[in-house]
Design a protein around this ligand. Sequence first.
Ligand SMILES: [Zn+2]
Length: 297
Amino acid sequence: MEKTFLDRLNAGEILVADGATGTNYQAMGIEIGVPPEEWVFDQPEKVLALHRAFVDAGSDIILTDTFGGTRLRMRDSKYADRAPELNRRAAELARQAALTRAGVLVAGSMGPTGMLMEPFGELTHDAAADAYAEQAAALTEGGVDFLLLETFFALAEAQAAIEGVQRASALPLVVSFSYDQGTRTMMGLGPTQVVRAIAPLGVAAIGANCGKSLDAMEQIVKEMAALKTGIPLWIKPNAGLPRMDGDIARYDTAPATMAEYTTRYIDAGAQIVGGCCGNSPAHVAAMARAAKHAQPM
Ligand SMILES: [Zn+2]
C-alpha cells in the first residue's frame, strides 16, 4: 500500500509542496477580478495543466484550486450555489494530475471566508464552522489525501474552521497562517501565540504561508521550531516582496534564491516547503532540488 501523508511525516521525509495558483493563472490568461476557483468549471484543462507542471517540477504535494471555495467566500461568484460540486470537481482534477507520478499527494486548500468574525464583523462561529464542514466534506468526497487551512490571520476564524473540518472529515489537517506584517498577522498575532493555540487541536502540521519577506519567514520558522511541539512545520512563502505594476503584483525573485531559502527553512526545522504567490513551476523545480539535497537520510 502507498504511504500516507502521516506515514511520510512520521518517517521524517522532507516534502515539497507546489507553487502559486493566482499568479500562474494570471500568466495563463485569467482576467483580473475572476476568482481562480471559477476555472474549475470554466477552464479545467488549464487547472490540470498547472497541477501537472508542478508535479513535473517535483512537487510531492499539489493543492486543489479551492482556496476561495467556502460557500461564504463564493457568495458573489456566478457559481455561488454550486460550492460543494466545485470543491468535489477540483479535488478530482488534482487527483487526476497527481496520477502523473507515483506518490504525489493532494491537499484540499481552504482559505479564509473574507468576512470578519463577531464582534468585528457579522460572521458567527457556527456559520463559519458550517461553511468549512461543507467544504471539507466535498473535498474529502473528491478524493484529497489531507486538508489544508491556509493564509489565516485571525484565531477565532481558524478555530471555527478547524472545528467544522474535524466534524466533517477524518483526514489529517494542516493549519497555516499568513504573517503579512513581517512576523505578525494582520490581527497582530505572532507565531508563538498561534502555535500555542493550534497545537492542542489535533493537527498534522502547523504552518506559515504567503506573508511578507523571505527573511521574515526564516524568523517565523525559527520561532515556531523553538517551541519544540513535535508537530511538523509547513512553510510556503511568496517569491519575495512584489513590486506593483498597476494593479498587478510582480515577483522578481529568482528560482535560485528560492532554492537557497528552502535550504535555510529546512535547516531551521521546516519539513514541508513550497511556494505561495509568485512561485512558478521553475521556482518549485529549484526548491525541489534544494530540498532533496537537504533530505536527512
Ligand atoms: Zn501568497
